[in-house]
Design a binder for this molecule. Structure first.
Ligand SMILES: Nc1ncnc2c1ncn2[C@@H]1O[C@H](COP(=O)(O)OP(=O)(O)O)[C@@H](O)[C@H]1O
Ligand SMILES: O=C(O)C1=C[C@@H](OP(=O)(O)O)[C@@H](O)[C@H](O)C1
Ligand SMILES: [Mg+2]
Length: 169
């Protein structure tokens, strides 16, 4: 990995774990640009994530998400991803090449409190899958891909940024 490429920091974790919120604050604090792959998908396809998910379904959404991730070619960025990014192994390999991958680990209770709008938030749930099922399935994948894991429960955005910065130093 080149020094230039390794300057990126990619945030992964469950929907509601704070990737988009923390990403932009972290970028400002450590003087990087910010990119959210959810917005790359939306602007590329000129549709909201929910519209894509409703029209195309889970498998196609994941394919479009991986394509969007593979199109990201940046340096000195904080990259916030969508929670389902870990279903795309090639996309994850690409993000690992671009820099450090940080897992924002958040407990199920915190996520349940934050994700009151599950039905409209465009979460890639398979038929019959609950948030708890998803939580267990995804946590294994996030852990596998993470270079750094931050336990976020009980911390505010600034405290999480401080922990990420300390782990990157
Ligand atoms: N550390 C935190 N403490 C309290 N609320 C948070 C924290 N991080 C994120 N949030 C809130 O949780 C919600 C989901 O955050 P978001 O950044 O959209 O998560 P993600 O991008 O991982 O889905 C938002 O309402 C955000 O304000
Ligand atoms: O985890 C998921 O299944 C998803 C999370 C969303 O992003 P956030 O993790 O930023 O909410 C978005 O990519 C899409 O709606 C699917
Ligand atoms: Mg987000």
């Amino acid at each position: 990995m080149s020094a230039e490429a390794s300057s990126n920091v990619t945030l992964i974790g469950m929907p509601g774990s704070g990737k988009s919120t923390i990403g932009v604050v972290l970028a400002k604090r450590i003087n990087r640009q910010f990119i959210d792959t959810d917005l790359v998908i939306q602007t590329t396809h000129q549709r909201t994530l929910q519209e894509i998910m409703d029209a195309e379904g889970f498998a196609e959404f994941c394919k479009l998400e991986e394509e969007a991730v593979l199109s990201v070619d940046v340096a000195h960025h904080v990259v916030a991803t969508g929670g389902s990014v870990v279903y795309g192994p090639e996309g994850m390999e690409h993000l690992k090449q671009l820099g450090k991958v940080v897992f924002l680990k958040t407990g199920l209770k915190t996520l349940e409190e934050r994700l009151s709008n599950m039905a409209t938030r465009g979460i890639a749930l398979r038929p019959g899958q609950t948030l708890e099922d998803l939580f267990h399935e995804r946590n294994r994948l996030y852990t596998e891909y993470a270079d750094i894991t931050i336990s976020c429960d009980g911390l505010n955005v600034e405290q999480i940024c401080e922990q990420i910065e300390a782990a990157l130093a």
